[in-house]
Design a protein around this ligand. Structure first.
Ligand SMILES: [Zn+2]
Length: 224
């Protein structure tokens, strides 16, 4: 069994499913992560040049904390994935799916404000078509604070989770540690991408299912 996480940017994997990754890894399930864009190239050239090494360093630290393997770090234009033919992104993901044969694929929710998140979702769903002989049994969509909840009402699908992973205790701690690695991407409270807000969200998702902390998903497909 292998889990593949397809994230638009480095930090989405921790915000969306960091505790779940740590939990899978603790159970001996290998978790591979691929990133479509670098998360910084939409900034001015000089800002992007100085931000990229720090972002990649943070990614390396986060992967060491959570125990996942980075299989691809994207060259596609950040925050401008809509300038790339969707087919190119689909084919890229298809290559990794046929090589890794993941049992579970986790990616973004379709209704996010961020255009890269929406297109990553679209590309993953296309790449995971259940054709004969395909490997993907479970398809899960995560939420990313400061994108999932910021889409205007009626302008996308609301995030109504129906699949939860209990990350109480050490898995929540690992997620918090990995978020510290991405400190440059984090903001001060009361921003939704602050440590306090992410913590509150995990506890709220936990409380909705009667545990201390959880990560919430929309189940896109499950084949039993
Ligand atoms: Zn993102």
């Amino acid at each position: 069994m292998t889990v593949l996480v397809v994230a638009a940017h480095p930090d989405d994997e921790v915000l969306g499913c960091g505790g779940t990754i740590a939990k899978y890894v603790s159970e001996g399930v290998p978790v591979k992560v691929m990133f479509i864009a670098d998360g910084v190239s939409s900034r001015s050239d000089s800002a992007a040049n100085s931000a990229l090494p720090a972002r990649l360093e943070a990614l390396e630290a986060a992967s060491a904390i959570l125990g996942y393997e980075v299989v691809f770090t994207g060259q596609f234009p950040d925050n401008r994935l809509d300038t790339v033919p969707l087919l190119e992104i689909v084919q890229l993901i298809e290559r990794y799916i046929s090589q890794l044969r993941p049992h579970t694929v986790i990616t973004h929710h379709s209704g996010d404000l961020n255009i890269d998140h929406r297109l990553a979702h679209e590309a993953v769903v296309t790449a995971c078509r259940p054709t004969p002989g395909h490997s993907v049994k479970n398809l899960l969509f995560f939420e990313v604070a400061s994108s999932t909840e910021w889409r205007s009402p009626g302008d996308g699908h609301a995030f109504v989770p129906n699949y939860f992973v209990d990350i109480s205790g050490c898995f929540l701690k690992k997620k918090q540690e990995a978020l510290l690695a991405y400190t440059l991407e984090m903001r001060e409270w009361p921003h939704p991408r602050s440590a306090k807000a992410i913590d509150a969200l995990c506890h709220w998702r936990g409380a909705t299912i009667g545990v201390d902390a959880a990560e919430a998903y929309i189940l896109g497909r499950m084949l039993a």
